[in-house]
Write a protein that binds this ligand. Structure first.
Ligand SMILES: [Zn+2]
Length: 491
């Protein structure tokens, strides 16, 4: 897995539902004339201000009418004529007495409610606030951040949170990728209900119905996403000044993509093993091949039996929880983990009889499990995560049940292109095997590959984790036996 490959599709789903549209009395637009004011709080966060502008722009695209956007104070202090209707975007002094709120919602869920002459589009709009040691530019990190981090940790760790955090902030929209954005989702959900579709970034990719009258609907709806985590790793917030990046960010928002804080890190052990200083000081952290520890390769394999590495990894995870209050820390091995260390403690832990995809499953997941158990003692409520990937793609056989604070993300559980039915079902079967090992939801992670990424295939995969039966089931089992011996098939 490459750490920064653009276009990597991670967890995708659409959250929008069609609202039931009944006429509540009143109009947003009638015969091309605007009949409502768009209202936000005086101190609305960036995502809510963007939501108001998106609502205004699409009303105009649909009907030709331009609705005014005003703050709550401007409405209260207005001496002039106001339009009769009110579109409340996000929480404000007007929504409180109406009993409409969104701060109780999670994962981008939203609420749409209407009453006499008003429509409220609302969600949780909590704004991310960085904490601990971080820098808002690469230079600042090199000049100050790294030193502060090294002093605080007393170690030679790469910082997976604070060093690159500026890439998660977009100045133009005053938006963190980690912000909640529930109200923005409500606006897009409402527009989806009117027939707007976004098939690609930019104007060319959208479908907007023409409609000169838009009634104020009778509606009272709370929409919760089917999938809490919906990351698509192509929208680079820190580069929003570039028009193509700007379009990509906006498109990702229109699709309901999110990026909850702490979840977008992978190959976590690399943070401990990649720096030169560690290789000099702790060669015992690294795999023994022949008579030498592997120290030359950038993604050098670890010796997962090393007590020192285990302690270092444990301290690293605890440090991140304490400094950044992340919900989860990744402890996946570095990329290219294909051969097992030949030290006395490691070498017999490989299981070549399971084929390449299960070669190191018990070896790797035993390490993850031991680490998670220790973390659970000091940090209850926090999670450890690791990808099921390459030589540890299949579930371990010697662990019946993973520690209950482990989150598994199954890499390439879905498809890039259309493949035969049995192979598709095989991937789903492996997901079910993983699910049986943990009480937590399995995440899926998709590398982009070089072929076309097809929405129809995404949709089929996302909907399709149902058990196979009958003849198809028997065919999968036959192929499964063959594939697990096959060195060429890589999950
Ligand atoms: Zn070893």
């Amino acid at each position: 897995m490459k750490r920064n490959s653009a276009g990597r599709l991670v967890w995708l789903s659409l959250v929008w539902c069609l609202p039931v549209v009944l006429f509540a009395g009143g109009y947003i637009v009638r015969d091309g004339q605007p009949l409502a004011e768009i209202v936000t709080a005086d101190d609305a966060p960036g995502s809510v201000r963007l939501a108001a502008l998106e609502f205004r722009d699409y009303m105009e695209k649909i009907s030709g009418a331009s609705l005014p956007v005003r703050t709550e104070s401007e409405i209260e202090q207005s001496a002039g004529e106001l339009l009769p209707g009110r579109i409340f975007i996000g929480a404000s002094r007007f929504t409180e007495p109406l009993g409409v709120r969104g701060d109780d919602l999670e994962w981008g869920a939203y609420r749409i409610k209407s009453g006499d002459g008003w429509l409220a589009l609302i969600g949780n709009d909590a704004v991310f606030t960085p904490r601990g040691i971080y820098s808002m530019s690469r230079n600042q990190w090199q000049n100050e951040g790294q030193k502060a981090w090294d002093e605080a940790t007393g170690a030679f760790w790469i910082n997976p949170i604070g060093a690159g955090i500026s890439r998660q902030y977009n100045a133009e929209f005053d938006l963190w990728s980690y912000d909640e954005k529930g109200t923005l989702n409500a606006v897009y959900g409402f527009l989806y209900g009117l027939g707007v579709r976004w098939f690609m970034a930019g104007d060319l990719g959208e479908i907007v119905p023409a409609q000169s009258t838009i009634a104020l609907p009778e509606i009272d709806q709370t929409v919760r996403p089917d999938f809490n985590i919906r990351m698509v790793n192509y929208s680079r917030y820190g580069l929003g000044n570039n028009p193509a990046e700007r379009d990509a960010i906006i498109w990702s928002l229109r699709l309901g993509v999110n990026k909850p804080f702490g979840w977008n890190t992978h190959h976590g052990i690399a943070n401990i093993t990649r720096r030169e200083e560690v290789r000099e000081k702790h060669p015992e952290f690294f795999a023994l091949f022949g008579s030498d520890r592997q120290l030359q390769v950038r993604t050098a394999a670890a010796c997962l039996s090393s007590p020192g590495l285990f302690e270092e990894n444990l301290r690293f995870a605890r440090f991140l929880f304490d400094m950044y209050d992340v919900p989860v820390v990744d402890v996946m091995p570095d990329d290219g983990f294909s051969s097992i260390c030949q030290c006395d403690l490691c070498r017999d832990q490989a299981t070549p009889e399971r084929g390449r995809q299960g070669l190191l499953s018990d070896y790797v997941w035993d390490y993850i499990n031991r680490l998670a158990i220790e973390v659970g003692k000091s940090h209850p409520g926090k999670y450890i995560k690791c990808g099921a990937y390459s030589t540890y793609w299949l579930p371990p056989e010697k662990i019946d049940r993973l520690s209950d604070n482990i989150i598994v993300y199954l890499v390439n559980a879905r498809r890039r292109v259309n493949i035969e039915e049995w192979e598709k079902q095989l991937r789903r079967e492996v997901a079910r095997e993983w699910q049986a090992k943990t009480g937590n939801p399995i995440l899926t992670f998709q590398n982009p590959g070089s072929g076309a990424n097809t929405p129809r295939i995404f949709a089929d995969d996302i909907q399709g984790l149902r058990p196979a039966t009958g003849a198809l089931r028997r065919r999968i089992e036959r192929h499964q036996a063959v594939l697990r011996q096959d060195q060429g098939w890589t999950g």
